[in-house]
Ligand binder design. Structure first.
Ligand SMILES: [Fe+2]
Length: 614
């Protein structure tokens, strides 16, 4: 991070006030170097007069607390301290119709909201280890994001905010730092989530890990929100009192803020944020469906899309979404000169290096947009196509190599979309597409380059985690030489599907928290089971799949093995605590494949490969 511009701003502010403004890193977020993505603290400070507007009693912590992006000595803490539940309905700074930093008469902030925060070793908040003060205002939707520093590695802490000079306090959150990069770590546990469509169900899955207190960290692979209008998805969904706001499709900054605010009312999501530090990345719906570098499904800066769909341009919509994401998520600014970058890595001692990718928005070649499916199908193997752009891709490969060189046991890769080859064709529906070209399958050169990098550098113990598909999949990580649905051994001379020989790792793809899969919001067991059985037959590297349940997965990682447990939520139509343990898989160190237990896979749902007893 460059410090010179910050110092220049500092010198223009009244003494003492800068710390409180700049202490809230959302003013600089995600990039103070981009006109739509950073706020002029100097101008905000000039407009706001401390102590002149809100009394503490007018303010509330409206959307709980959250923490995220743990480092060995610091962690991000988040809250929102506002005079109202709703988001700030002002896009003056981004529509171009109003002067920059004009904020409409109803919401213009003329006094900062002052918030104090502290971190303690104990739940009673007596043994304070650090504290601070930060301002927030309408400019950033009254969100507060601070970095708690000088903490000890791999340690639980508790944190709380209060309105300055008052007894109005936020809930107490718990968080945990990461271990030091060179520390020995014996065990780490992660819950993995994706795809939480508010209108389709309650986020029970988020609450389950929190109630069991079964993990150290939460990983989120995206689709934390969806941009659709109320009736804009595959149907209205059941009437379960879950109507996300605003009811129209998201375009403006206010739209995205308000959608985050709706999601952050779900009790189980609030609980998870309060209990665990999150490491999150976005998928397409944090901006719009089937996103790529220069557009999205039904919006590509063409004349038609401007006339029919777009109150704003593709670029402006993306900036609005990105800004709201940074305001509302407990995520660090990764690169102040690169406002779109959220791809980043975190070291968990000598046990795990976690690489979180952005295969959607950063620099992604064009994807399927329905009208161009035939074209994308033809070009999906083009070597110059990339899921993530050359800058991210070379960084990604470097991370994998350096992690191996450092001697870290496991490499975890957070990918939005499913990495493995999956033939989804159904002989009874020959007109339906067989491949999801919006996933890595539409970018086979990107996938092959990744596999080539792992094979040619002998990088072992790779675990890919994926979301997006709204179903559960476990696959050997392997380069398939043939896409024949009924492969003969000679089709894959380098891979033996029976033993897993030739595989270079494992992919665990997780189902959705609430978004519908096959069969919509009320799937029929026969239909989903039929699909699970079919996919197991037609995909050589696929070891298990469940097409029925919403849910999540938990990874329990030691140096000896990764144990992954898939949990299914039987119903998301009400808030409830029911779950089933659908399946459990192990990956032993240096085996680089899904472990085949002698008695067969341990599954209670879905469909698994069956191997003859040896
Ligand atoms: Fe999704």
């Amino acid at each position: 991070m460059k410090s010179a511009p910050v110092l220049a701003i500092l010198s223009l502010l009244p003494a003492g006030s800068f710390a409180s403004w700049a202490g809230n890193i959302n003013y600089l977020s995600p990039s103070m170097h981009h006109p739509s993505l950073g706020i002029s603290i100097r101008r905000v400070a000039k407009r706001n007069v401390p102590g002149t507007e809100y009394t503490p009693q007018q303010l509330n912590f409206t959307h709980g607390v959250a923490s995220g992006d743990p480092h060995a000595s610091s962690v991000i803490l988040w809250t929102r301290a506002a005079p109202m539940m709703h988001s700030v309905n002002d896009d003056g700074a981004v529509t171009g119709l109003s002067p920059m930093f004009w904020h409409g008469p109803e919401v213009t902030s003329t006094a900062p909201v002052c918030v104090e925060w502290k971190v303690a070793k104990d739940k009673a908040m007596k043994q304070t280890v650090c504290n601070g003060k930060a301002y927030t205002s309408s400019d950033i939707d009254f969100t507060v994001k601070v970095e708690a520093k000088h903490l000890k590695p791999f340690t639980n802490y508790y944190y709380q905010f209060n309105i300055c000079n008052s007894n109005i306090k936020s809930p107490i959150g718990r968080t945990k730092t990461a271990p030091g990069e060179n520390d020995h770590l014996a065990r780490a546990r992660f819950a993995v989530y994706s795809c939480a469509f508010y209108a389709y169900g309650y986020f029970n899955a988020y609450g389950q890990s929190a109630r069991k207190d079964s993990v150290d960290y939460v990983l989120h692979l995206g689709d934390y929100i969806y941009e659709y209008a109320r009736y804009g998805y595959t149907g209205e969904g059941p009437d379960i009192d879950r109507v996300p706001q605003p009811e129209h499709e998201l375009f403006t900054l206010y739209d995205y803020r308000e959608r985050f605010a709706t999601h952050r009312t779900d009790e189980d999501l609030l609980l998870s944020h309060r209990m665990f530090p999150w490491i999150a990345t976005w998928d397409d719906h944090e901006v719009a469906n089937n996103a790529w570098r220069d557009g999205h499904f039904k919006m590509n800066n063409t004349e038609n899309t401007f006339i029919e769909d777009d109150p704003v341009s593709v670029g402006q919509r993306k900036m609005n979404a990105v800004r709201a994401y940074f305001e509302w998520m407990p995520i660090r600014q990764v690169d102040m000169d690169d406002n779109l970058r959220i791809w980043r890595s975190t070291a968990f001692g000598d046990l795990v290096d976690l690489v979180m990718l952005d295969t959607r928005h950063y620099d992604r070649s064009i994807t399927t947009l329905w009208y161009n499916d035939d074209y994308i199908s033809k070009i999906s193997g083009e070597p110059n196509r990339s899921q993530m752009g050359p800058r991210q891709e070379s960084w990604f490969f470097r991370q994998l190599s350096e992690s191996h060189k450092r001697g870290t046991t496991w490499r975890l890769v957070g990918s939005q979309t499913v990495f493995s080859y999956l033939n989804l064709g159904d002989p009874s529906e020959p007109d339906e597409p067989s491949f999801r070209l919006d996933a890595w399958q539409g970018y086979t050169a990107s996938r092959n380059r990744t596999l080539h990098h792992l094979y040619s550098n002998n990088i072992p113990n790779n675990i890919v985690l994926a979301g997006d598909s709204h179903a559960s999949w476990v696959s050997d990580l392997v380069w398939l030489n043939s896409t024949d649905p009924d492969p003969r051994p000679e089709d894959h001379p380098d891979y033996d599907p029976r033993t897993g020989r030739g595989s270079i790792g494992v992919e665990f793809a997780s189902t959705s928290v609430a978004s519908p899969g096959i069969g919509g919001w009320d799937p029929k067991r026969e239909e989903t089971q039929e699909k699970s059985d079919l996919f197991i037959k037609t995909n050589p590297s696929l070891q298990w799949t469940d097409q029925h349940h919403r849910g999540y997965m938990e990874l329990d990682i030691s140096h000896e093995k990764v144990k992954t447990t898939y949990f299914g939520i039987p119903s998301v139509l009400s808030r409830n605590r029911k779950e089933i343990q659908m399946a459990q898989f192990e990956v032993y160190r240096d085996e680089n494949k899904v472990h085949r237990p002698a008695g067969g896979f341990n599954t209670k749902s879905g469909s698994a490969k069956k191997y003859p007893k040896v």
